[in-house]
Design a protein around this ligand. Structure first.
Ligand code: TPP
Ligand code: MG
Length: 277
């Protein structure tokens, strides 16, 4: 199938993810819409095109490992896992309920497909380095994909992990930065300016690619290129919009961790189902 045709299919899938993100956060009346929606196209491409995973055998040894380092955005991962067949889609509405398998941040072992407990920013990328190192030591073929937030890059541990990945030449590790420009309290540039994310990763020894994190064709091409890079870990910096796909949530810090009311929910669903790709 041509890349362009595949991109159209994945755009439709990303719409489904976006619907479930808003739907489960609305059902829970709690959770993180903004950072889930900004990562929806990236996560769709990974779960439906790139990750070597099998819902019938979630623990198979050679599976790729996906680490959501920005764990608060777990609605996007839960939606992808459910739509990929790891657990029933109906369970998505149990987000954040008492005793649910879908906790407010991902818990390793609680739900098939969750490799690592995350939520404390900066931790997931450290675990991802460990998993990539494990593959290297076992001479195993799996890859590790980690998705980080740009606010998360303010955590010092990220840069310790980045240096370790370079020291060990972990070219089986691909980190994707969801560069939406916002964190919970405002714009990253006001809270802790990052300057150039690509330059920073390059200075730490990584290969760097940049893409539009909402252009599915660009995502497919860029991830395809990332797979071909050898000798160093790869960072893909994805330009995104927080809240992408729901007009009143886009680029609004208020929608970092807020649930829509009934009226907002109806508008969001209408936009996701009817709006432009
Ligand atoms: C160590 C740590 N400090 C603070 C928080 C609280 N916190 C949750 S989300 C968030 C902002 C994250 O911003 P970013 O990484 O840009 O995520 P996104 O914009 O994609 O939602 C913060 C500070 C946390 N989860 N972990
Ligand atoms: Mg951000």
């Amino acid at each position: 199938m041509k890349l362009e045709e595949r991109a159209r299919e994945l755009e439709a899938k990303a719409r489904e993810l976006r619907f479930h993100i808003v739907d489960m956060v609305h059902a829970a009346q709690s959770g993180h819409c903004g950072g889930s929606l900004s990562a929806a196209d990236i996560v769709t491409a990974l779960y439906f095109e790139f990750l070597n995973i099998d819902p019938a055998n979630p623990d198979k040894g050679d599976r790729d490992r996906f680490v959501l380092s920005k764990g608060h955005a777990c609605p996007v991962q839960y939606a992808a896992l459910a739509l990929r067949g790891f657990f029933p889609v109906a369970e998505l509405r149990s987000l954040r309920a008492m005793h649910s398998r879908l906790q407010g941040h991902p818990v390793q072992g609680k739900l098939p497909g969750i490799e690592v407990t995350t939520g404390s920013l900066g931790v997931g990328i450290c675990e991802a380095v460990g998993l990539a190192l494990e593959a290297r030591l076992r001479k195993a073929s799996w890859r590790v994909w980690a998705v980080l937030g740009d606010g998360e890059l303010g955590e010092g541990a990220v840069w310790e992990a980045a240096q370790a990945a370079t020291k060990f030449g972990l070219d089986n590790l691909i980190a994707v930065v969801d560069n939406n420009g916002l964190q919970n309290d405002g714009y990253c540039r006001d809270i802790l300016p990052l300057r150039s994310i690509p330059d920073k990763f390059r200075a730490f020894g990584w290969a760097v690619l940049e893409m539009d994190g909402h252009d599915m064709e660009d995502i497919l091409r860029t991830f395809g290129k990332a797979l071909l890079i050898t000798g160093s870990p790869v960072c893909v910096v994805a330009k995104t919009v927080k809240g992408k796909g729901v007009s009143f949530m886009e680029d609004k810090r208020d929608w970092h961790g807020k649930a829509p009311n009934a009226e907002q929910y109806a508008q969001a669903v209408a936009e996701i189902k009817g709006g432009p790709a």
